[in-house]
Design a protein around this ligand. Structure first.
Ligand SMILES: NC(=O)c1ccc[n+]([C@@H]2O[C@H](COP(=O)([O-])OP(=O)(O)OC[C@H]3O[C@@H](n4cnc5c(N)ncnc54)[C@H](O)[C@@H]3O)[C@@H](O)[C@H]2O)c1
Length: 258
């Protein structure tokens, strides 16, 4: 039905070893993009690269911690050295540690800082080192991943995670406004609950799974590919007039109003 929607583009995707990042890397590659698969877990990154190669696409693994500036600088450098340019940034690595990240009165500063370093500073660093290459390429697209948890309060708190995702909304809008005249668009996706390794420990409890499904109008959780499809649209030129937007991809969860 569609032709290759990212032909000639190079995408830098963080957290692309597993979950939604891996699904996006494989989908973007199937649409013609060359992919830098960035992940802390080098084995996972290599598995995504192999899956892309097996499907006839082109990708490379870059290993590092998005919360460490020197790692991100190096990973972006390695990607540009191999592919010669960058057009798409998808800084979507994130962590949800419900055991350590709870209410502010229960959360140790160490874990607060670590969540912020990965979820928020990871996006800052990826943009800091990636945007100059988008500008050099004459423009590009930045796709950020928030969460429905940034749009709602939750009775079971994960406050560092929620605050980091809320900050990404503001950062995305600022990026969209600042860099629009350089041909760069920036948008943020708010997934609902997605079936990925991140959620696996929590979804193992049938009662919790049923509660999540019951609170979602579509009556089920998201597949990683369903988030990746929206990211593909935002990354592609089909979204040429979409910038500064927030898009919930949540099966109607936030439409219920409470
Ligand atoms: N799964 C959900 O229900 C859900 C819902 C809303 C938003 N999100 C967001 O979607 C994004 C992807 O989540 P997912 O469910 O695919 O997660 P996941 O845990 O399944 O995969 C995350 C990937 O990021 C990598 N990673 C973790 N820390 C890293 C670091 N410091 N540096 C580099 N890579 C690192 C992991 O190795 C892994 O490959 C995250 O930003 C998450 O907050 C997820």
């Amino acid at each position: 039905m569609f032709g290759p929607r990212l032909q000639g583009k190079v995408a830098f995707i963080t957290g692309a070893g597993m979950g939604q990042g891996s699904a996006a890397a494989r989908l973007f590659a199937a649409h013609g993009a060359r992919i830098a698969v960035a992940d802390l877990d080098s084995q996972a990154a290599r598995a995504t690269v192999e899956a892309i190669a097996d499907a006839g696409g082109e990708a490379m693994a870059v290993q590092g911690d998005v919360g460490i500036e020197a790692d991100v600088r190096r990973m972006v450098g390695e990607a540009v050295e191999r592919f010669g340019a960058l057009h798409i940034l998808y800084p979507q690595a994130g962590v949800l540690w419900k055991d350590r990240d709870r209410s502010v009165i229960e959360t140790d500063e160490t874990w607060w800082d670590r969540v912020m370093a990965i979820n928020l500073k990871g996006v800052y660093f990826t943009c800091k080192y990636g945007i100059p290459h988008l500008i050099a390429a004459g423009g590009g697209s930045i796709v950020v991943v928030g969460s429905v948890s940034a749009l709602r309060g939750f009775t079971l708190p994960q406050d560092a995670y929620t605050a980091s995702k809320g900050a990404l909304i503001s950062l995305t809008k600022s990026l969209a406004v600042q860099f629009a005249r350089q041909g760069i668009r920036a948008n943020i996706i708010h997934p609902g609950i997605v079936e990925t390794p991140m959620q696996a420990p929590y979804l193992a409890d049938p009662a919790k799974r049923a509660a999540f499904e019951g609170s979602t109008p579509l009556g089920r959780l998201a597949r990683p590919e369903e988030i990746a499809q929206v990211a593909l649209f935002l990354a592609s030129d089909e979204a040429s007039y979409v910038t500064g937007a927030e898009i919930p991809v949540d099966g109607g969860y936030t439409a219920t109003g409470g």
